[in-house]
Design a protein around this ligand. Structure first.
Ligand SMILES: *[C@@H]1O[C@H](CO)[C@@H](O)[C@H](O)[C@H]1NC(C)=O
Length: 181
């Protein structure tokens, strides 16, 4: 009995040995790859998730959380970009108002993404998706502010930022879909 117990303990300790790290990495790269394949923008999904080292240790929910965090960061940088425009470029009252409104919209997008994280914590993927969809819509609300004023050019930098946030939200929505809750 004593030797059986000893073997059992030996097996247990072997099971707890850490396998070579490349085994973990390739496995998790595979999860990232398979998850990204199910989203609309595979390349954006892969490059975003690979930019965070925690992606390698994340489950699918974790990947959704990381992607949403990246979208939040992008929206945040866009509010910074807009405030710098506000300060530097013009004294035009209309432009100042539109830029300020747009910064507010990107802040609201950040709040929606924050809310989607809370919904994911509650295992409520429907409400999480709803919030990400709301976040995806705010950049276009900003774009519409520009459309209201004929002759007011929509800055190319902002157009790029709009498209990127929308695509990031699409990727996040795709990952949430994979959860299948
Ligand atoms: C953007 O991020 C900075 C630093 O984390 C934070 O202080 C700021 O409040 C954020 N801005 C918005 C609009 O959330």
């Amino acid at each position: 009995m004593g030797s059986v117990a000893a073997i059992f303990i030996l097996l247990l300790s072997i099971a707890h040995l850490t396998p070579p790290s490349h085994l973990f990495v390739s496995g998790d790269i595979k999860l990232i790859h398979n998850t990204c394949k199910k989203t609309t923008y595979y390349n954006l999904c892969m490059s975003s998730l690979k930019s965070s080292s925690s992606s390698l240790k994340a489950d699918i929910k974790g990947l959704a959380v990381i992607m949403i965090g990246i979208a939040m960061k992008h929206a945040n940088q866009t509010t910074t970009y807009l405030s710098s425009q506000l300060l530097s470029n013009t004294n035009d009252v209309v432009i100042k108002k539109v830029v300020k409104d747009c910064a507010d919209k990107y802040s609201l997008a950040i709040e929606s993404l924050q809310e989607s994280l809370q919904q994911l914590d509650l295992m409520s993927s429907d409400y999480a998706s709803l919030q990400v969809s709301a976040a995806k819509d705010y950049p276009n609300v900003c774009h519409n502010e520009y459309r209201r004023f004929a002759g007011l050019a929509y800055p190319i930098e902002l157009a790029h930022r709009e498209e990127k946030l929308e695509h990031m939200c699409d990727v996040a929505l795709g990952i949430i879909d994979v959860l299948g809750w």
